[in-house]
Design a protein around this ligand. Structure first.
Ligand SMILES: [Zn+2]
Length: 121
């Protein structure tokens, strides 16, 4: 890919052009060349489990994007190739994983009825 300010050739993944300092815009109209990162879809599927109180699980990706998944539902989240910090929050419970995305993924969420912890696999 190339800097759209000065035309300097850029290494994939850089945030700024090393020659002129122009920010490399991931949403540039260069399409496939933008950012050099492939986009994938991560599907979070939550098992249908009965509990007296069963709120949505909040999913926070890279401390920025927030999603909610209800009991028995699934959501699809676009993610760039790479390692993402994913936090699952439900009430006082938190589970943090580092998710390596190199292809489309499907993760299954399920509460462990014994320990009360969230299982992700
Ligand atoms: Zn430049």
């Amino acid at each position: 890919m190339f800097c759209n300010q000065c035309g300097n050739e850029l290494n994939p993944g850089v945030s700024f052009c090393p020659k002129c300092g122009h920010p490399v815009n991931a949403a540039s109209s260069n399409g496939a060349a933008a950012g050099g990162a492939n986009q994938f879809t991560v599907t979070f599927t939550r098992e249908n489990q009965w509990f007296a109180i069963n709120p949505a699980i909040k999913i926070v990706v890279d401390d920025r994007d927030e999603y909610h998944v209800d009991n028995g539902k699934s959501i699809r989240v676009p993610m760039a190739e790479g390692i993402h910090n994913v936090v699952f929050k439900c009430g006082i419970r938190n589970k943090v994983i580092d998710l390596t995305v190199q292809r489309d993924l499907e993760l299954h969420l399920k509460w462990n009825r014994i320990t009360g912890s969230l299982m992700v696999n």
